[in-house]
Design a protein around this ligand. Structure first.
Ligand SMILES: O=C(O)CCC(=O)C(=O)O
Ligand SMILES: [Fe+2]
Length: 353
């Protein structure tokens, strides 16, 4: 932990709360408000929590993990057909960051207060397959809906493996995304309630949400000798992340004592963590907690993060009620797309796009 590390990036806890989410669908406003209060406490103290009874069917969670194993089991030259460096280019942005990133292809960039200098950033011991929002993942959109103008060039253009390469792959991933996105929209209402706002407060900013997801594979890391991190210390960039981490531990979060707390897999749960944009809205009352992954289990580890952000064109600005003379806004307003683009440009080896 760096001396300057902002306390909004450190969990104030020794363990991570588990929250039963069944009342997210309750018709009783009191029940939803009760859930929101529990969520508020977790977000302002820890920035991480587990959710159970979240509504994503177990068959989908298992299905997406099977699909991930299938993908990463492909020979390297097959995976490289979907190389992230091939994803759509334009004059403005050299890369779209969709597709396969091989082991070492992503860098440990550090955090805002503790950045890893460019020349020292090393490749991480994980490989990933990244996708972005498509209208077919969005149950609120008609089948023939078209994407809105995309000045940040961050929607769609996924490099899907075809049916011959992995039967049912894109279908399974899209089904998972539909379910995850439905859950995220409900969660935005709970976050609004938690912040003392109308439940619909964020609705106009999540018309075409800035959603990305990735499958990740962390080979077992040597336990002694030089450690190459599975994923370096970082905060997430969007509003929040829903993570399905399979059965193998590896995720750790940083607490206020400077200790790394393991977030072990708990059967039937997903992990939720607050990310930079939602933390900014709350003037950092909600923590965007630093986390990392080291797979010292001796087994292969797979995880599926689903990053939920507002429309790329939406403006993220600190809520007035979380400011005061002694607590001014932590940042000036910014477009979500600018924030994500800037972070992406530093995360991959060899690309500044
Ligand atoms: O694999 C995990 O458990 C966490 C991944 C993560 O933190 C990320 O992709 O941002
Ligand atoms: Fe993360």
């Amino acid at each position: 932990m760096n001396q300057q590390t902002d306390s909004s990036q450190l969990a104030n806890c020794d363990n991570i709360p588990v929250i039963d989410f069944s009342s997210v669908d309750s018709t009783s406003p009191e029940e939803r408000q009760k859930l929101a209060q529990t969520v508020f406490d977790a977000c302002s103290q820890v920035g991480f929590f587990y959710i159970r009874n979240h509504g994503i069917p177990e068959t989908l969670v298992n299905g997406i993990h099977d699909a991930a194993r299938h993908f990463f089991d492909l020979p390297e030259e097959e995976k490289m057909k979907f190389y992230i460096g091939n994803s759509q280019v334009s004059i403005k942005y050299p890369m779209k960051f969709r597709g396969y990133s091989p082991i070492g292809g992503e860098k440990s960039t550090g955090t805002e207060d503790d950045p890893v200098p460019e020349e020292e950033a090393t490749g991480v011991l994980s490989e990933a397959f990244d996708i972005g929002y498509e209208v077919v993942m969005d149950s609120t959109k008609p089948k023939n809906a078209v994407l809105p103008p995309d000045p940040y060039e961050l929607y769609g253009d996924n490099q899907w493996p075809d049916e011959k390469t992995i039967p049912g792959f894109s279908k399974m991933y899209i089904k998972y995304c539909i379910s995850a996105l439905d859950l995220c929209r409900k969660m935005m209402k709970i976050f609004a309630l938690a912040l003392g706002l109308p439940e619909t407060y964020f609705d106009s900013s999540i018309q075409t949400p800035g959603v990305t997801s990735r499958m990740m594979h962390y080979p077992a890391q040597p336990v002694s000798g030089e450690v190459q991190e599975g994923l370096g210390a970082h905060t997430d960039w969007e509003c929040f992340t829903i993570l399905s981490q399979g059965k193998v531990p590896g995720l750790e979060i940083l607490n206020h004592k400077g200790e790394w707390i393991l977030a072990p897999p708990i059967p039937g749960t997903l992990v939720v963590n607050i990310a930079d944009c939602l933390s900014t809205w709350t003037n950092k009352k909600f923590k965007s907690t630093i986390h990392r992954v080291n797979n010292l289990s001796g087994e292969e580890r797979y995880s599926i993060p689903f990053f939920f952000g507002v429309d790329y064109d939406a403006t993220v600005s600190v809520l007035k009620k979380y400011t005061s003379d002694v607590n001014p806004p932590c940042r000036p307003p910014f477009k979500a797309g600018d924030w994500v683009r800037e972070k992406l440009s530093r995360a991959y080896v060899g690309y500044e796009g």
